[in-house]
Design a protein around this ligand. Structure first.
Ligand SMILES: [Mg+2]
Length: 300
C-alpha cells in the first residue's frame, strides 16, 4: 500500500512492514529536486530580510544565509535551526556590527529549538498559543510567509537528471521513503507533480520529526546490517544515516546529475550486493565533505 501525503503520521512510519530486504531513505530538496537555490535565494532569504527589516545589511544577510543554507556543513538544516545559525554568524560579522543595525532577538527561537518538539509550524503555532511570546509569533509569521512564497515561486522545479531513474530502480528492489525537513504539503505537491510519489511508500516532512527520527521509525529493527541506505545532499543527511546505522550515498552539491548517474550505474547495485560499506562509501563521503566546509569564506 502506498501511504503518502500531508495526513501522514509517525505511526505510518512505525507500521511500515518490509516488502523487500533493503530500505532506502531519500532526501528531497537539493537531492531529488533542484529546489535548494530557488527556495533559499528567492524565498527564504528575501523574506528574512523583509520580515526583520534587515535591508541596510541585506548584502551580508544574503551572503551569510547562502553560506549557511547552501554551501556549508549546515546545508539542509531545519529552517529554525538554520535561522539561529544565520543570526549568530551575522552577529559576529564586523560589517554588521559597524552598521548599527539591530539583529532580531534569538532567545525565544533558541528555546523553541531546544524544546524537543518537531521543528515545524504546527509545534510553533502551539508554542505561540501557549506562551503568547511576541518573538515566537513573529517567527511563525516569517515561517508562514516563507511557505507562501515557496508555493508561489518554487513551482515546477525539475528533478535532477537520473534522479527519477534512480527512484524507479529503488522502488523495484527496496522499501523506500522520502526523508525530509520540508513541510509535508510542499513535498506532496512536488513528488506528485513529477510523478515520483509512487516510487516511495511514505513521504515524511518536518512534521514527522528529524530525519534521524523518521529513518529510525521506518527502518529500525526491520532490516539486516548494511541493508539500510540514506541518499542525501547535506551533512545532516549523513548524520541522520549514521544515527540509524544506515549507509550513505551522497548527492554532491553542484554534481547532482553525475552522482545520480553513478548511483544508478554503480552505487545501488553495490548496495544491493552488500558491496557498499568500507572503502567505496568512505571515498564517496570524503569527496562530498570537501564540498561543504565549516569556515565561512569571509573569515578565511
Ligand atoms: Mg537536501
Amino acid at each position: 500500500m502506498i501511504v503518502a501525503g500531508p495526513g501522514v503520521s509517525r505511526e505510518d512510519l512505525v507500521n511500515m512492514q518490509p516488502e523487500h530486504d533493503t530500505f532506502v531513505g531519500v532526501d528531497s530538496d537539493g537531492c531529488v529536486f533542484d529546489t535548494m537555490e530557488v527556495k533559499q535565494k528567492q524565498c527564504f532569504h528575501p523574506v528574512i530580510i523583509a520580515h526583520w527589516h534587515l535591508e541596510p545589511i541585506g548584502k551580508y544577510v544574503r551572503q551569510t544565509a547562502e553560506f549557511v543554507n547552501l554551501y556549508s556543513k549546515w546545508r539542509g538544516t531545519n529552517r529554525f535551526r538554520a535561522l539561529k545559525i544565520l543570526f549568530d554568524l551575522l552577529a559576529e560579522r564586523e560589517e554588521v556590527q559597524q552598521s548599527g543595525v539591530k539583529l532580531p532577538a534569538t532567545e525565544a527561537l533558541g528555546r523553541f529549538i531546544e524544546s524537543g518538539v518537531a521543528l515545524g509550524n504546527p509545534a510553533l503555532a502551539q508554542a505561540v498559543a501557549q506562551t503568547a511570546d511576541p518573538d515566537l509569533d513573529s517567527l511563525l509569521r516569517w515561517s508562514e510567509a516563507v511557505n507562501a512564497e515557496v508555493a508561489r515561486v518554487a513551482r515546477n522545479v525539475p528533478a535532477f537528471a537520473w534522479a527519477k531513474e534512480g527512484l524507479e530502480r529503488i522502488s523495484a528492489h527496496s522499501d523506500a521513503i522520502c526523508v525530509s525537513q520540508t513541510p509535508g504539503e510542499a513535498l506532496m505537491r512536488e513528488w506528485q507533480q513529477h510523478e515520483l510519489a509512487p516510487c516511495v511508500r511514505v513521504i515524511a516532512g518536518q512534521e514527522l520529526g528529524t530525519k534521524a527520527e523518521q529513518l529510525a521509525l521506518a527502518a529500525a529493527g526491520k532490516y539486516g546490517a548494511g541493508r539500510v541506505l540514506m541518499i542525501g545532499d547535506a551533512l545532516g543527511d549523513l548524520e541522520a544515516a549514521r544515527a540509524c546505522r544506515a549507509l550513505f550515498f551522497p548527492i554532491g552539491p553542484g554534481h547532482e546529475a553525475e552522482c545520480w548517474q553513478r548511483f544508478c550505474e554503480e552505487g545501488y547495485g553495490r548496495f544491493l550486493a552488500g558491496d557498499f560499506a568500507g572503502s567505496y562509501e568512505t571515498a564517496l563521503i570524503e569527496g562530498f565533505k570537501t564540498l561543504l566546509p565549516e569556515t565561512p569564506p569571509w573569515s578565511r
